[in-house]
Write a protein that binds this ligand. Sequence first.
Ligand code: ADP
Length: 628
Amino acid sequence: MRTRQFKSESKKLMDMMINSIYTHKEIFLREIISNASDALDKLYFRSLTDTQIGLKASDFQIKIEIDKENRIISVSDNGCGMNEQELDKNLGTIAKSGSFDFKEQNEKAENVDIIGQFGVGFYSAFMVSDKVEVRTRPYDSDKAYCWKSCGAEGYTIEECDKDTFGTTVTMHIKTDTDDEKYSEYLDQYRISALIKKYSDYIRHPIKMEFTTKKPIDGKENEYEDVVEFRTLNSMVPLWKKSKSELKPEDYNNFYKEKFYDFEDPIKYIHTHTEGQATFDALLYIPKHLPFDYYTKEFEKGLQLYSKGVLIMEKCSDLLPDYFSFIKGLVDSEDLSLNISREMLQHDTQLKLIAKTVEKKIKSELEKMLKTDREAYEQFFRSFGTQLKFGIYNNYGINKDVLKDLLLFVSSKEKKYVTLKEYVDNMKEGQENIFFASGESIDKIELLPQCDAVKDKGYEILYLCDNVDEFALMMLSEYDGKKFINVCDQSLNLDSDEDRKVLDDENTAAKDMFEKMKATLNNNVNAVRFTNKLKNHPVCLTSEGAISLEMEKTLNAMPGDENKVKAQTVLEINVSHPIAQKLKELFANDTDTLEKYTKLLYSESCLIGGRSIEDPAEHSKLICELMTK
Ligand code: ADP
């Protein structure tokens, strides 16, 4: 018999499992039971349409047997089973790996991480066993096969005997070490406690042979072993239980098991809705982004159940894109069990459910924002970008749903504020909402343009996320207050009088500015004096719809060869000595004026966080100045 090799990713994962220092080894049992339960569901589902399968819901069960002496625990089900190809495919490859690139997982922290993030499922058996056997027979076949493996070296598959259809997973439990008492997994009370903890809601009975000692009638101090099968789980799905019965850890354990997370969620939402649509929903807001959130493998959606039976693993129609990070499930009495994916899309009932789910999520987020700011901010750090995309996408159709969920760091206390808080805090007479954007808060604070706005006592929203400005552009105003970029030409904080003085200065220097603009090969739309810079000599501002930061973002996107260009203006501080110097040079020494113009333009680019076009020339000009 040939030893088959695991697919390479599976082999690495297997290595990890065998040498795992993961502290929650006990989860192997819930993984094996959850596979058994899925197999029962699959066959039950088939039996609903195929009357040849003469099985009732109550015929399905999971059986656990413990053989303490031989250190074996086995889990059997009478579910769909696997044929030889399926066995090879399903247990020779790890299902959930996707295109994830396995790093060498030696560090403890990473080890925990990876086990938590994958639904590593079946392989977790190797955390506690040194040998695993899977005997399986499909419902409609008389051939059974046995898969065996002692670890990363590979596995074998051979034909075997099996009287009944379904699958038995036999785990040979490792011997105890100083650190690890594997024998606990051979203790019937420990096992039944684990089932209560992790698998209580499984819809099918999980039965175990219990051996108890009973006194023998009429004989004092004499006992006999009595063997009985007990059902260990309550079989009521968690979401069907009343809230008062459940503790936060019940919800959290369920979440971690079902949705492959290693951390508790930030929040769970358990609701029962009656009326036009009747359904139970259990929704979770995760603490952090799923590892594959920004890959094409990520699929949004909620599990969809009809009367307690899973009919779809990821029903994407139940979640709008901007809430795609929500995990959870919906169970409705109103949906037919064998509804197809295509039919679902047009199902009015499903649409009603989706609307209700969306409203519920929104109101819970609003509640969290009001009552638990810290948790909300943590949530926003993980998923705020998604909400901002939600505002921007589809031409802003959802902006009103989402605008009050946004947070931006503000210049006042460098803390998150909502748009409402900003507006409530506005100074007397302030008509606009000011913002500034850049790579980081530190860099934004260095922007010369911020000083003037702050000096006037206005608060500025700091935008560091690429999507921020696009989202604000889509909103265009909040509560009647327009959003104004401090780096935009339209920023006007001057009194009419000051404005007039500046206009006169600009008119007088018109020819000089034309000359400077020509020197810069028309890289800027205009050159002007400004009085909004405190101590800085120059800055670069933009006019029109595209700001300097938006230009950067748009041009960083892959694919598009046609680069966009913001319309820029080189602004020179009218009160800075450089202004006078330029005027003198224009009158006497236009050669030097050209050089200074180039230098000032480079400076303005650098301050604004852009790169300069010709660094070699820039450096040459600087050295020339230094050696003068
Ligand atoms: P997952 O369950 O997350 O898909 P696993 O590694 O736990 O990943 O299992 C891999 C696959 O093996 C399952 O998807 C399923 O097709 C199959 N499998 C595992 N256990 C059983 C079982 N008891 N009965 C039938 N098929 C099973």
